[in-house]
Structure formats: structure tokens, C-alpha cells
Design a protein around this ligand. Structure first.
Ligand SMILES: NC(=O)C1=CN([C@@H]2O[C@H](COP(=O)(O)OP(=O)(O)OC[C@H]3O[C@@H](n4cnc5c(N)ncnc54)[C@H](O)[C@@H]3O)[C@@H](O)[C@H]2O)C=CC1
Ligand SMILES: O=C(O)[C@H]1O[C@H](OP(=O)(O)OP(=O)(O)OC[C@H]2O[C@@H](n3ccc(=O)[nH]c3=O)[C@H](O)[C@@H]2O)[C@H](O)[C@@H](O)[C@@H]1O
Length: 430
């Protein structure tokens, strides 16, 4: 099939390259000329394992990129993979989606045939039908249900494993407003589903598909927060939380995934999506107590980490090494990283902060140009009065002797990755 994808970021580029991989002809539309050039040159504009290889293989053949929205007219369906950030009060900011829908609608005005538009971005329930579809209809002159079809296909990939998550999904959710739009969506996913060994395909309504995405992210974020709540109780009793969480994860009704207790969840999606669904729920008169509690527990974890640090050293004037700046291992993304509130608080308290991350240092430096950065974890620890472990990069598990070079070997571990041993003052958050 011929497919167009508007937006070539983490999601847009990944799904474009993967759709090309399963045999579709794909065009990426983006307003950023550099991104478009990068893809057409056969390189991925973002860092994702396996993505470069797919772009190299398919660019110039089944995959191309352009800044010209007119390219969508030669395709059967368009996926909108545009950012949906948060407003200051947590509500979803739909301005980029609206701008994209206007450009797309204007381009479709010159197409006579039936066309399906699919929301891939994470949007609060009813956005596709009540915000996106009317813009498309107005700009294109098309009539919904006649020459315009609407769908919603939420994305569940994770940064750092985007390609393998997309090509081997646990489920595919297809929301559509009509049987005809659904048939187009089925056609798009058929080769991928076959290759992935026929995962469950959930065929549903558009608003249901939108809500499934928030339910998924809300549940996972709340699961981590519940693990943190339980681990915090364990900590107060001196009980090993890892043993407790591993044991409950063996119950198939609970499951072991996303029970990793520590300094909490960050990233480009959990914080904004949980905030957006809480704000949307309140708009319709419902107070989502569990999701709100998940946020509160999450916000408290960095505060608890700092309290533990203060139990050992006064941060004022102390040299504190912050190990891990990315929001999770395997990425250079620092959006909503737990390191952000921690470094803010340390700087406010008068600490002399030295940060280290295997790949995210440059992104962090843009945000905090005035703290020190080290080239290696060992250099960050050298002569430090204390170390905070913030991201669970596997290399931190191997540090060991580097702690002996600290002025005082105080290690406060937010991810339970450092091995407790004689000779270091080790304190784990959970
Ligand atoms: N990053 C992730 O891991 C996941 C993200 N999502 C959702 O997918 C959506 C997209 O997220 P990302 O790919 O992370 O965003 P991103 O910020 O990485 O990429 C967005 C792209 O859209 C382009 N763009 C902006 N305005 C445009 C316009 N008017 N016309 C054409 N292109 C335009 C930008 O230049 C950029 O290349 C969001 O709703 C997000 O919540 C869903 C699952 C996973
Ligand atoms: O909507 C999205 O954008 C995506 O959000 C998350 O993916 P991502 O944010 O890339 O990464 P995760 O692996 O989920 O990690 C998110 C945060 O939770 C933290 N986390 C994760 C797992 C865990 O057990 N404990 C824990 O604290 C990580 O350190 C990280 O800060 C979801 O896992 C994806 O399914 C979803 O598509």
C-alpha cells in the first residue's frame, strides 16, 4: 500500500521505516528540512537501535521524505505522528496537531479519491472525531464517511527499543469510524501482523482507541508508583524491597514487568500523558484519585533521595556526583528525567554538582550549562563528597573501586544498581 506519515520524530520515522520494511511504499512529511534531508540521505534523524539499518536499506526506494504535504495525495492513508505536549496546567496542547491537520486537509482538497487519516499521536478521548476530523473536512471539502475516513491507532513502542517494539508488538489497536476506514487500517497492518506471528488485533471505536493508549500508560506509570509505595514501606521496616517485588511479580496476575522501584518514572510520555488524562478526566467531572496518587508518589521519590543524602552529608558546599542524566538507560533523551529535579534541588542547596551520563551529557549541558560534567563515571566520583545514582545504566553496576577515589565514599542509590560492600557508605532509596 501507499502510506504517508506526517511527523518524522521518534514515532514517525520508526513507523515509516518499519512499514517500508514490511513492504509498503512510505513517504514521511515533516516541516523540518534537515530531518527530511537526513532521511533521504539514508540516515535516521534520531538515535534508535536498528533504525539506521532500515533507513539505509529503504531510503530512495520504498521510503522517502519531503516537506511537501502534496505527497499525501498519492497515498491511501496518512498517519499523524505529531507531538502532543502538555500545557502548563497539564492539559494536552493540540496546537501542533491542529496545524498538521490543517495542512493535511488543504493538501487533500486536491485529491478526488477516498482517503483515510489515522491519528498515531497520543490524544485525549474524542480529539480525533471532535477536533481533527472537522478541521480535515473543512480544509479538504471532503465528507466524513464518504470520501474521508478517520482512524486512531495508538502506539506502544518505547524509546531505546522502538524498532523491535513496533515490529513485534504485544497487540495492535485499530480504532475506526467506519468499516471502510477499518478495512484500510487492516490492510496497512496485515503484512506486519503476519511477520510478527499474528499478535492480537483489537478492532474498536476511535475514542476507545484513544483511551486505550492513556489506560496503558496510566496503568504502567501507576504500577511503578505502587511498586515505589510498597518499596518505601519496606525501606522503613528495613525489609529488602527487591525480594518482595520479585516475589509478587511471580504471580501471573501481577507480572514482573514495570515493578522496578527507585527514583521514579520520567520521559517524554508518562509524565505528560498521565497529566493530560487527569486534566481531561477533571474536565468531564471525574477526580482520578489513583492516577493523581501515582503522580504524587513519583514526585516524592527524588525528594526522598535527597533526604537520604542529607542524612549523610550537608549538600551546601559538598561536591556531589550525579550518575545518570537520561530519563532511562539506552537513550540520550533527558525529557522529564529524574535528574532534573535532583540537580535543581542540589544547586539550590549550594552543592557543587558534577554530572555524568554515557550519552546524555550534551543534552543536559544545554539545560544546565553551569554545573560540571565528567567524561567518565570514575572522573565524576574522583574527590566527590557523595554520589547519587539516578539512571540505571548497566555500567554503574561495575564501578566498585572508583568509589574509593571519593573524598567520602557516600553512595545514595536511586536505582538499586550499585553493589553494597565494605568501605562505602551505601544507602539505597528502596
Ligand atoms: N516518543 C515515544 O516513545 C512515543 C510517542 N508517542 C506519541 O507520538 C506522538 C509523537 O511523538 P514523538 O515522535 O516522540 O515526537 P517528536 O517530537 O520526536 O517528533 C515530531 C515531529 O513532528 C514534526 N512536526 C512538527 N510540526 C509539524 C507539522 N506541522 N507538520 C509536519 N511535521 C511537523 C517535527 O519536526 C518532528 O520531526 C506524541 O503524541 C507522543 O505522545 C507514542 C508512543 C511512543
Ligand atoms: O507513550 C510512550 O511514549 C511510551 O511510554 C513508555 O515508554 P518510554 O517512556 O520510552 O520508556 P519506559 O521504558 O516505559 O520508561 C519510562 C520511565 O519509567 C521508568 N521505569 C520503568 C520501568 C520500571 O520498572 N521502573 C521505572 O522506574 C524508567 O526509568 C523511565 O524513567 C511506555 O513504556 C511505552 O509503551 C509508550 O509507548
Amino acid at each position: 500500500m501507499e502510506i504517508s506519515i506526517v511527523g518524522s520524530g521518534y514515532v514517525g520515522t520508526t513507523i515509516a521505516a518499519c512499514f517500508a520494511e514490511v513492504g509498503h511504499d512510505v513517504v514521511n512529511v515533516d516541516i523540518d528540512e534537515e530531518i527530511v534531508e537526513t532521511i533521504n540521505d539514508g540516515r535516521a534523524p534520531i538515535h534508535e537501535p536498528g533504525l539506521d539499518e532500515l533507513v539505509v536499506e529503504h531510503a530512495g526506494d520504498r521510503l522517502r521524505a519531503t516537506t511537501d504535504y502534496g505527497a499525501v495525495r498519492d497515498t491511501d492513508a496518512t498517519f499523524l505522528a505529531l507531538p502532543t505536549p502538555s500545557e502548563a496546567d497539564g492539559h494536552i496542547d493540540l496546537s501542533i496537531m491542529e496545524a498538521g491537520a490543517r495542512s493535511l486537509g488543504a493538501a487533500l482538497a486536491e485529491k478526488d479519491d477516498y482517503h483515510v487519516v489515522v491519528t498515531k499521536s497520543t490524544v485525549v478521548p474524542t480529539t480525533t472525531e471532535e477536533v481533527i476530523a472537522p478541521i480535515l473536512a473543512e480544509e479538504s471539502g471532503k465528507v466524513l464517511g464518504q470520501d474521508l475516513g478517520i482512524g486512531m491507532n495508538p502506539e506502544f513502542l518505547r524509546e531505546g527499543s522502538a524498532v523491535s517494539d513496533f515490529l513485534d508488538p504485544d497487540k495492535i489497536v485499530l480504532g475506526a469510524e467506519s468499516d471502510r476506514a477499518k478495512a484500510t487500517l487492516r490492510g496497512v497492518f496485515e503484512p506486519l501482523a503476519e511477520r510478527a506471528g499474528e499478535p492480537p488485533i483489537v478492532e474498536t471505536g476511535v475514542a476507545e482507541a484513544e483511551m486505550i493508549k492513556y489506560a496503558n500508560n496510566g496503568f504502567l506509570a501507576a504500577k511503578i508508583s505502587l511498586a515505589n509505595d510498597l518499596a518505601n514501606i519496606c525501606k522503613e521496616y528495613g525489609i529488602d524491597s527487591e525480594e518482595v517485588l520479585e516475589a509478587i511479580g511471580l504471580d501471573h496476575r501481577i507480572g514482573a514487568a514495570f515493578l522496578g522501584a527507585g527514583v521514579g518514572w520520567g520521559g517524554s510520555c508518562f509524565p505528560k500523558d498521565v497529566a493530560a488524562i487527569i486534566a481531561a478526566a477533571r474536565d468531564v467531572g471525574y477526580e482520578p484519585a489513583m492516577l493523581q496518587a501515582a503522580v504524587e508518589v513519583n514526585d516524592r521519590q527524588p525528594v526522598r533521595l535527597l533526604e537520604l543524602l542529607r542524612g549523610h552529608v550537608d549538600p551546601d558546599g559538598a561536591r556531589v556526583a550525579v550518575l545518570g542524566l537520561a530519563f532511562k538507560p539506552g537513550t540520550d533523551d533527558i525529557r522529564n528525567s529524574r535528574a532534573l529535579p535532583l540537580v535543581d534541588a542540589l544547586v539550590d542547596a549550594g552543592a557543587d554538582v558534577v554530572g555524568y551520563d554515557p550519552v546524555a551529557t550534551e543534552n543536559f549541558r544545554e539545560r544546565y550549562p553551569d554545573i560540571d560534567y565528567a567524561e567518565t563515571a570514575e572522573a565524576a566520583l574522583d574527590d566527590a563528597d557523595a554520589a547519587l545514582v539516578v539512571t540505571d545504566w548497566p555500567e554503574f553496576a561495575d564501578l566498585d573501586e572508583a568509589f574509593d577515589a571519593m573524598a567520602t565514599p557516600i553512595v545514595v542509590d536511586g536505582r538499586r544498581i550499585v553493589t553494597r560492600r565494605e568501605g562505602i557508605v551505601y544507602e539505597s532509596l528502596v
